[in-house]
Design a protein around this ligand. Structure first.
Ligand code: SF4
Length: 241
């Protein structure tokens, strides 16, 4: 008999094959391009990032070129996204890659975390999307979907920072049937970003609704247990990668 996780992944995979989104950073495995995209995507709507990403990658395709970039020019390219501090972050990141890692984006979690502005999510995303490792990048969107569907809860006011919850989510990841971890993670991102959204989840059209704890009233909308603090802000504010 099918487990809840198998049922979830079967439904998600079927949905993904019909609805997957296409972004330029999904058509590459270049680690520096993926790292650049992930830094741009922080706290930014994914649709706004595309044009800036393509201009940046066209102008500074390597860490060496980004490290030598004129900061004001870099800021003017990133300007339409707001949050100009990301220009400084990208340049510093590239400088460290050149100085400490011979101009190559490192391929371990520990080394990636040494780069300025690279937190757990970005490190796991680069490992998965660039290096093909079986990591699960966990952000607010991923937490929301898994908490709603599986009824997972956190005692923390910010569930995405809860290591116990992250471990529970990772245990539910099944990669069989997907052509690698990349596809599984992208399916989760696309579904959470377009169907199981933060404000108004599309439960009426949801293809996996029959197994969803939230729809049965058995899960909070945001994964926070009663008494576990206020609802988590959607601080990363993005709809997918
Ligand atoms: S039924 Fe609603 S809450 Fe549950 S997974 Fe689908 S969209 Fe999300």
């Amino acid at each position: 008999m099918e487990t809840a996780a198998e049922r979830f992944w079967r439904g998600l995979l079927e949905w993904y094959h019909r609805n997957k989104r296409d972004f330029p950073w999904r058509r590459t495995t270049n680690p520096f391009h993926i790292l650049t995209a992930e830094i741009l995507l922080q706290q930014t709507n994914v649709r706004k990032v595309q044009e800036v990403y393509e201009r940046l990658i066209g102008r500074y395709p390597t860490p060496q070129q980004m490290a030598e970039a004129d900061l004001s020019e870099l800021e003017s390219i990133i300007g339409p996204l707001g949050l100009r501090y990301r220009a400084v972050r990208l340049k510093k990141c590239a400088e460290v890659i050149c100085r400490e890692f011979g101009g190559q984006v490192p391929n371990t979690y520990e080394q990636l975390r040494l780069l300025p502005g690279v937190g757990p999510y970005i490190a796991d995303a680069v490992l998965c999307y660039a290096f093909g490792l079986a990591t699960v990048p966990i952000d607010t969107n991923v937490v929301r979907l898994f908490c709603r569907y599986f009824g997972l809860r956190s005692e923390k006011s910010r569930p995405r920072n809860d290591p116990a919850l992250a471990e529970s989510i990772r245990r539910l990841f099944i990669f069989d049937g997907f052509d690698g971890t990349r596809t599984a993670n992208l399916a989760v991102l696309d579904f959470a970003g377009t169907v199981c959204t933060a404000g108004r989840p599309g439960c009426g059209q949801c293809p996996i609704s029959s197994g969803c704890a939230f729809l049965r009233g058995a899960a909070p909308a945001d994964g926070v247990s009663p008494g576990g603090g206020g609802p988590e802000e959607n601080s990363r504010g993005r709809e997918g990668r």
